[in-house]
Design a protein around this ligand. Sequence first.
Ligand code: FAD
Length: 400
Amino acid sequence: MVKKKIVILGAGYGGLRALKRLQDLKPNAEIVLVNKNSYHCEKTALHEVATGAASPGDICYPVSSVVDPQYTTFIKATVSKIEHHSKTIVFENREPLRYDYLLIALGFEFESFGIKGLSDYAYQITNIPSVEHIYKQLNEKLRAVKPGEKLSIVVGGAGFTSIEYIGELMEQLPFLTKAAHLKRDQVSVSCVQSNVLPMFSEDLSGYIIGKLEKKGVTFIKGRVANITANSVFYKESKASTDSSELTADMFVWAGGVRGSSVITNSDFKSDRGRVLVNNNLTVPDCEDVMMIGDCSIVIDDVTGLPYPTTAQIAMQQADCAAANIVAIFNQKPAKDFYYKPKGTVCSIGRHDAVGVVMGKQLRGVTASVLKKVIDTRSIVLIGGVDTVIKKQKLFRKKSM
Ligand code: FAD
């Protein structure tokens, strides 16, 4: 009898963790994993590559270290759309692929929110090529600064990505400016934002602002309105008619992401590349398709709002989705997904962080150590202990 085919799209936190669980659960099916690259990227560390604190090899590992060829075939290809009525995946660079069961975990993409100039002039922290580009441009721009001139770096947004990027940038700038034969005060860093890490208490966000201001960051309250090649224009509020101008030799946008454009191109009911999934993670009206991670929307029963998109939730959804696929294969009911928050920690440089873990507010070195433990745990859950040892994650040092 021909085995049914389970296809997983995406080898990020959600997709690769789901593959690992499925291989453990051994469904009587053929598994196919599709990803556009042959590596898994720890996207929670992208800011480290953007600042030169880590190299791409430090934060990536081969998908093959998780794929068990006894159960799974890996296809390196770029998906362009899904035609769920004919159960077909269409690719940019290969023949279409049919599936019996589909798990979509295609992650996030850059979101411009229609802000003029953003797509043309802003740098983005979304994948390895984008952060390599930021680091290369940063060095080129630093080397182009003449004596007596200044370089202005502006970051838009103050969520996780922005704060972790700024925190790391402030640690690297002394080395980077020295290498470019500049004085440290020839480079300024500003952050235009409407709220600093709103998921944390005022106390914790105050701690972050205080620490980064002490290192020289200027926080400017405002909403980015439009961007040109050398300026950022921002308004006090959405309703404001006047805008202020800030010189920006480099503008890094980390003010929001959207789900995958593959979702938008496919015939799913979606909002900004994300689909509001059923409680058991299936896509409404498509019982043979599940969606997890940043391209799915799951509502928090307590707040009535969508859960924030995080690696943590993607991995928990992966466990639920894998178990549900096996249940469906065995003609058993699929279970609902319940998110168990394990805590949230945001780094502000190598040895400082803030967070809330098990209801406790943490800051400083303790929070920073915990952050490294959380990051390491996610590698263990996906790549296994061998990958952690190979990556020397806990002991990694900046190689400058
Ligand atoms: P991803 O990890 O984005 O994986 C998607 C996969 O799909 C990738 O392998 C990609 O190559 C592949 N793919 C995409 N499009 C295609 C296509 N068309 N064809 C084929 N393959 C494709 N979360 C936390 O929980 N804690 C944190 O501290 C944290 N910090 C962060 C810091 C930064 C700087 C950033 C950028 C994010 C951070 N996040 C954090 C968020 C976290 O990275 C995301 O929520 C997480 O990556 C989502 O996982 P995912 O599996 O949905 O997608």
